[in-house]
Ligand binder design. Structure first.
Ligand code: NAD
Length: 288
C-alpha cells in the first residue's frame, strides 16, 4: 500500500480563497477584519510564524498589526496592552504568540484576551466550550487537523484515534474534537510506556510531539490515517515531522507531509477564526 498524500497546502489555499471573497464582501459593507499579534522576545521560529500570519492577512485584504516587545517586558505592560486591544472596536482578533518568557504567566495572559477576540481559541472559556461540544473559537491547529481528516471522506465516527502529545495547544483540544466526532480516543504522552502498543491499534494517529521519526512503520496499522503535526529543524537545516514518512507512507492510507500538511491548515484556520470573530462583532445576531 502507498498512502495518499493529504495535501494541506492545497486545502488551505482553497479555504483562503473563500476567506478572501468574504473579506471583500465585508469591505464593501465598510468593515475590515483586523488581527493583532503580540510577540514577546525574538525567538526565530516565532518570528517566522508571526510574519507568515501577517503576510497572509495582508494577502487576503485584512488588516494586520504585529506588536513586538522585548523579553524583559513587564507582565503589567502585556496585560495592559491586551486590555486596550479588547476595547478597540477596530480589532477583531488578538493572538499572543507562544511561547512567552518564563516571567510572564502565560495562562493569565491568555485569560486576559476577550473571549470574542480569542481567535487562537486558547482562552479557558473556549477550551471549556470545546469540551462541552458547544460552538466557539477552536484552536487553529486542531481545527486544521479535523478539516484534513474530513477531507479524506473517511467516516470518523467509531474510529480508534490515538493522539500523541497532550499540550493545551494541540494534543488535548484535538483529542476532545475527535471525541466529539464519535472517535474512541486514546491520548499518549511522554510518560506513556510502549507507545507502539497504542498506535498499532489506531485507525487515526495524530502525532504532536516534536521528535523526528518517533512514529516508525511497524507502529502503524495498515490503512491508518496519519497526521503529522510535529515540526523539528534537523542539523542539515531541513524540516522534519514526528513520523518516519518513508516507512509509514508504505502502510498508511493517508499521510500528511511536513512541510505542506498541518502547517498551512493552521494559518488557514486562524484566518477563518478571524473573519468569524469579525462577523460575530458586527452582526451579533448571527453568532451562536
Ligand atoms: P509541547 O512541547 O507543548 O508538547 C509535546 C507533547 O509531546 C507533550 O505533551 C509530551 O508529553 C509529548 N511527548 C514528549 N515526548 C514524547 C514521547 N517520547 N512519546 C510520546 N509523547 C511525548 O508541544 P506542542 O506545542 O503540542 O507542539 C508539538 C509539535 O507540533 C512541535 O514540534 C511543534 O513545533 C509542532 N506544532 C506544529 C504546528 C503546525 O501548525 N504545524 C502547530 C503547533 C505545534
Amino acid at each position: 500500500m502507498v498512502a495518499h498524500i493529504l495535501d494541506g497546502k492545497k486545502i488551505a489555499d482553497s479555504m483562503l480563497r473563500s476567506v478572501k471573497r468574504e473579506v471583500a464582501t465585508m469591505k464593501r459593507k465598510g468593515v475590515i477584519p483586523k488581527l493583532v499579534v503580540i510577540q514577546v522576545g525574538n525567538d526565530p521560529a516565532s518570528t517566522i510564524y508571526v510574519n507568515r500570519k501577517h503576510k497572509t492577512c495582508i494577502e487576503l485584504g485584512m488588516k494586520s498589526e504585529v506588536r513586538r516587545f522585548p523579553s524583559s517586558v513587564s507582565y503589567g505592560r502585556i496585560l495592559g496592552e491586551i486590555r486596550e486591544l479588547n476595547e478597540d472596536k477596530t480589532v477583531h482578533g488578538i493572538l499572543v504568540q507562544l511561547p512567552l518568557p518564563e516571567h510572564l504567566n502565560h495562562k493569565k495572559v491568555l485569560e486576559t484576551v476577550a473571549i470574542s477576540k480569542d481567535v487562537d481559541g486558547l482562552h479557558p472559556y473556549n477550551h471549556g466550550r470545546n469540551l462541552l461540544a458547544k460552538s466557539g473559537m477552536r484552536p487553529a491547529t486542531p481545527t486544521g487537523i479535523i478539516t484534513l481528516l474530513e477531507s479524506t471522506g473517511a467516516k470518523l465516527e467509531g474510529k480508534n484515534a490515538v493522539v500523541v502529545g497532550r499540550s493545551n495547544i494541540v494534543g488535548k483540544p484535538v483529542a476532545v474534537m475527535l471525541l466529539n466526532k464519535g472517535c474512541t480516543v486514546t491520548i499518549c504522552h511522554s510518560k506513556t510506556t510502549d507507545l507502539g502498543r497504542f498506535t498499532k491499534d489506531a485507525d487515526i494517529i495524530v502525532c504532536a510531539v516534536g521528535k523526528p521519526n518517533l512514529i516508525k512503520g511497524p507502529m502503524v496499522k495498515k490503512g491508518a490515517i496519519v497526521i503529522d503535526v510535529g515540526i523539528s529543524r534537523l542539523k542539515d537545516g531541513k524540516l522534519s515531522g514526528d513520523v518516519d514518512f518513508k516507512e509509514v507512507s508504505k502502510r498508511a492510507s493517508w499521510i500528511t507531509p511536513v512541510p505542506g500538511g498541518v502547517g498551512p491548515m493552521t494559518i488557514a484556520s486562524l484566518m477563518c477564526n478571524t473573519i468569524a470573530a469579525c462577523r460575530d462583532i458586527e452582526w451579533p445576531q448571527k453568532s451562536g
